[in-house]
Design a protein around this ligand. Structure first.
Ligand SMILES: [Zn+2]
Length: 90
């Protein structure tokens, strides 16, 4: 049995959904719940690689900084729109 199935068998729930622009996941012992912000993971990864694609000479640190800065200024609807575009096309 893998660690995911083992945790579920112990009564924990694992949810996928939006938490916030700076939180990839969280864990509540009181609720026995783990949440994973798949939307942020996908959008953050896409933006990171997008900066690489658009700026071949940029360092990793510069790409990470630009990605973080962009994430802080996006609206929730921009997150949703970008997430949908990526998921629907892949
Ligand atoms: Zn990179």
């Amino acid at each position: 049995m893998n660690i995911y199935d083992k945790l579920k068998k112990e009564g924990w729930t694992i949810e996928v959904g939006w938490i916030g622009r700076n939180t990839f996941g969280d864990c509540s012992h009181d609720r026995e719940r783990i949440r994973i912000n798949v939307q942020l993971l996908v959008v953050e990864t896409f933006l990171h690689e997008w900066y690489h694609a658009r700026n071949e000479d940029w360092s990793e640190a510069k790409v990470e900084k630009a990605t973080y800065k962009r994430l802080q200024h996006m609206t929730i609807s921009e997150f949703e729109e970008l997430y949908e575009a990526i998921i629907m096309d892949t």
